[in-house]
Design a protein around this ligand. Structure first.
Ligand code: C2E
Ligand code: CA
Ligand code: CA
Ligand code: CA
Length: 279
């Protein structure tokens, strides 16, 4: 009926309006979050599947909103990109992550911190890689202590500044990982073209890995091709012993996921490293 139609419409209208209010208020809060020190980095170990040691960790940002509690990066990173705040956040993440790395390398010289970067950071007026490199050195670290995670889309960009940034990273010995592999374009040709160091198989492929799954063949093929192209493989989202075993059998180099540990804060991460090393 007409009446019902109108109700539907107004309901829809209201919910859209409240989404927008919600978004705008989140944006306003996001703008002051850096100044108010509401961000925190959590660390998730990346385990070498050959010898069961923690050789790397991924830094994952957390926003502790004063009223809403923890807001997921899946929600606020896209907003930060939209309003031009992602470069500032990216700089904060970098500095916070390397300060933590300094602590970890005291006991593990070859430790690598892996940080997430937005495609926008590779564009003009984005990050300054020479400055990052200088900061690494000022903290007694080298390019080798850092891995930058990028999504496949970045490699598809043809702009001069994106290319320049990617090549400069390699010149400074900073390694590069392709995040969420398998969910985007998944073209393997650029792995070679850009001298990519790691390919991270997206957790959606790992989560279905059981003895009978077709995904075993898929994962095996990805690992084999990556190795042929000189790339190491990290599987993300490992939650079970079975998944770990299937991946190790398939020759996967590194694993990450709740099976080993959830992302934890710096204090917990140090405890984790200590207990892991004394095993
Ligand atoms: P991502 O880079 O793909 O990160 C992996 C996500 O999977 C993380 O979610 C992590 O907590 C979660 N995860 C790890 N192990 C498991 C597991 O065994 N099972 C399941 N179900 N999930 C697992 P998180 O921390 O919520 O981050 C979500 C996304 O936000 C990240 O996805 C990344 O795209 C983005 N992000 C996080 N931190 C940063 C950052 O510092 N900068 C940028 N630009 N993006 C970030
Ligand atoms: Ca990542
Ligand atoms: Ca990922
Ligand atoms: Ca992601």
């Amino acid at each position: 009926s007409k009446k019902k139609g109108r109700n539907c419409y107004s309901y829809f209208d209201h919910s859209m309006q409240s989404d927008l209010l919600n978004k705008n208020s989140l944006i306003n809060d996001l703008k002051v979050a850096l100044d108010r020190q509401q961000f925190e980095l959590h660390y998730q170990p990346i385990v070498n599947l050959d010898n069961n040691t923690i050789s790397k960790a991924e830094a994952l940002i957390r926003w502790k909103h004063p009223a809403r509690g923890f807001v997921s990066p899946e929600r606020f990173i896209p907003l930060a990109e939209e309003i031009g705040l992602i470069n500032d956040i990216g700089e904060w993440v970098f500095l916070e992550a390397i300060i933590e790395t300094v602590e970890v390398v005291k006991n593990n010289k070859n430790f690598q911190m892996s940080i997430n970067t937005s495609p926008l950071q590779y564009r003009k007026n984005g990050m300054n890689i020479s400055s990052w490199f200088n900061q690494l050195h000022a903290y007694g670290l080298t390019g080798r202590n850092l891995v930058l995670e990028i999504t496949e889309g970045v490699l598809m960009e043809t702009s001069a500044s994106v290319r320049k940034n990617l090549h400069q990273l390699k010149d400074l010995n900073i390694e590069v990982a392709i995040d969420d592999f398998g969910t985007g374009y998944s073209s393997l040709s650029y792995l070679k073209k850009f001298d990519i160091d790691y390919l991270k198989i997206d957790k959606s492929f790992i989560q279905n890995l059981t003895e009978e799954s077709d995904d075993i063949a898929l994962v095996e093929a990805i690992i084999m091709m990556a190795h042929k192209l000189g790339c190491k493989v990290i599987a993300e989202g490992i939650e079970t012993e079975t998944q770990k075993r299937i991946l190790a059998d398939a020759g996967c180099d590194y694993g990450q996921g709740y099976y080993f540990s959830k992302p934890v804060n710096a204090t917990q991460f140090h405890k984790l490293l200590e207990s892991w090393n004394s095993k």
